[in-house]
Design a protein around this ligand. Structure first.
Ligand code: UDP
Ligand code: MG
Length: 313
């Protein structure tokens, strides 16, 4: 398949009630992008705003059709907005950024430079952050754990400002609140990931759309990412190993009790019995869960799940 690009840069911007930022944001984008190429597009994904953003976006599109708009019927969340933007983007390079002017359009050329050095994805790093401390401290912890678990040595997973080769955005599947883990998803799909320190600004208008609960949910999502990217193709390997070990331990305990019982010791009042039975039951349940997961995987697996980077036919 020969890919040609009529557009050099696509910028994808999830936007939820950010009307006040839009005039300045769009003017600065026009300025920065036009200095690089005339062949750019900006996708505003309006995530069900109710502050009049849509009218402004329509007007922008009317003035310069390179500003494009997709409007959600209701608020679906940032991940959904990115997913739709990624589906629509046709540029050779794809940039994502927040709509609230906390990310600086002036970084775009630097991010692209980094991509041109040969990386598939560059994640922004808000080295000096302008956010309340209630956010920066949990975020440090979150990034530390995610970095350790995924083995990706970057400082800031959830920075809104990122750059990708188009192949990356077409390959990653973002849903729920998985936008926090795009670097992990990209790496699991076989792409190279690096970071670049970027400027960060305090929010000028409006307020943050995420509360503290983001961190708790974030860790659950990390579990999902790690699990699905490693074991989706072979769930029985996890469930079966864990379940098998439990079943075996339970069997050993109960056999030991049985032997003792045959030698005349009473068995009914021994706490070990409970443990043995519990382990056996749990073990069998885990193994069955693994087998069920295998059935689901089997009916769903296809060659398209594997990403080919080069093909000579
Ligand atoms: N956003 C969105 N849908 C939502 C919540 C947020 O499209 O349901 C957008 C928001 O408009 C902004 C970006 O996602 O452009 C990041 O949101 P925010 O600035 O509130 O997050 P923070 O900077 O506090 O992490
Ligand atoms: Mg913000």
């Amino acid at each position: 398949m020969q890919v040609t690009h009529d557009v050099d840069i696509s910028v994808v911007i999830p936007s939820y009630n950010e009307k006040d930022s839009l005039p300045e944001l769009s003017a600065r984008l026009d300025e920065v992008l036009s200095a690089l190429t005339a062949r750019w597009e900006v996708w505003f994904i309006d995530d069900g705003s109710h502050d009049g953003s849509l009218e402004l976006m329509r007007e922008l599109h009317g003035r310069d059709p390179r500003f494009k708009v997709a409007r959600f019927r209701r608020n679906y969340g940032k991940s959904a907005a990115l997913a739709v933007g990624f589906e629509r983007a046709v540029g050779r390079y794809v940039i994502t950024m927040d709509a609230d002017l906390q990310d600086d359009p002036a970084e775009i050329p630097l991010l692209i430079e980094k991509i041109e050095e040969g990386w598939d994805m560059v994640s922004g790093w808000k080295k000096k952050r302008y956010d309340p401390i209630s956010k920066t401290i949990p975020s440090k912890f979150f990034n530390f754990v995610t970095g350790k678990m995924s083995g990706i040595p970057i400082h800031d997973f959830n920075c809104g400002l990122k750059a990708y080769r188009q192949e990356v955005v077409k390959a990653v599947n973002i849903y729920g609140e998985m936008h926090r883990y795009i670097p992990v998803l990209a790496k699991m799909a076989g792409f190279t990931v690096t970071e670049l320190a970027v400027q960060h600004h305090p929010r000028k208008y409006g307020h943050t759309k995420f509360g503290l609960s983001r961190f708790f949910k974030g860790f659950l999502d990390l579990l999902t990412v790690m699990f699905t990217s490693r074991y989706t193709q072979r769930p029985l390997h996890v469930f079966g190993t864990l379940g098998g070990a439990m079943l075996l331990a339970g069997l050993v305990i109960n056999s030991y009790l049985t032997v003792e019982w045959m030698m005349g010791y009473p068995m009914g009042d021994r706490p070990m019995l409970l443990l043995g039975v519990l382990l056996m039951l749990l073990g069998i349940q885990l193994i069955s869960t693994g087998l069920l997961a295998e059935m689901i995987t089997k009916s769903d697996a296809k060659a398209g799940d594997y990403h080919i980077s080069e093909l000579h036919e």
